[in-house]
Design a protein around this ligand. Structure first.
Ligand SMILES: *[C@@H]1O[C@H](CO)[C@@H](O)[C@H](O)[C@H]1NC(C)=O
Length: 189
């Protein structure tokens, strides 16, 4: 009888702990996008992955990083096309090559982030959140570095390039915000 009693106490302790530390809450796309810096862009880019029952924060963070990977890949093909067309000369040509390189770094960091988000675990959660923050911040820096080469240029092709890169930057920033929200809220089961 005593043993059963203690077992009961122990089990309720476990249940309470997991409720405290690990949120089961489901968020719809408009709720989860409130934590981001560019909520309209967030809703627009994440809405296709909405579920009627909502998603947990860890799932949204994963969707956010996946969407960022697609966006960065699409900018990469755009940059590669510009390079093939060979319109950029001199300083701009160098800047374009640098951009292609920094976007490759960003893509690698995003892939590392996605791998972590696929393997979230309670025992390494703190370290995992630290790694994610490092890699996603590095991806933002890399995308921003790309823009450095194209400042103060009114040329139409360059404006277009800047807009594409900025969109990738904003979407990456949103993914980082979702990860930071997950880090402060805790892991769901
Ligand atoms: C999202 O959830 C909030 C609060 O639960 C609710 O007010 C809102 O209508 C929901 N939005 C959508 C698009 O389902």
């Amino acid at each position: 009888m005593i043993i059963i009693f203690f077992l009961f106490i122990f089990i309720s302790f476990l249940t309470n702990t997991s409720q405290l530390v690990f949120s089961k809450e489901q968020y719809n796309v408009s709720e989860v996008c409130k934590v981001t810096r560019y909520p309209n862009l967030c809703i627009h880019s994440l809405a296709p992955f909405s579920l009627s029952e909502g998603r947990s924060l860890s799932k949204w963070a994963r969707v956010g990083v996946s969407v960022t990977i697609s966006e960065v890949k699409s900018v990469q093909s755009y940059l590669a096309r510009l390079k093939r067309q060979g319109h950029f000369k001199g300083r701009k040509k160098v800047a374009l090559s640098d951009c292609i390189e920094t976007f490759q770094y960003a893509l690698d960091e995003l892939h590392s982030s996605l791998n972590v988000l696929r393997r979230l675990s309670k025992s390494t959660f703190g370290t995992q959140m630290g790694d994610l923050n490092t890699w996603l911040s590095a991806a933002l820096t890399d995308e921003d570095t790309c823009l450095d080469g194209f400042e103060d240029n009114k040329e139409k092709k360059i404006k277009l390039l800047r807009n594409q890169v900025l969109k990738a930057y904003y979407i990456t920033s949103n993914a980082l915000a979702l990860v930071n929200k997950l880090a402060t809220t805790g892991l769901d089961p």
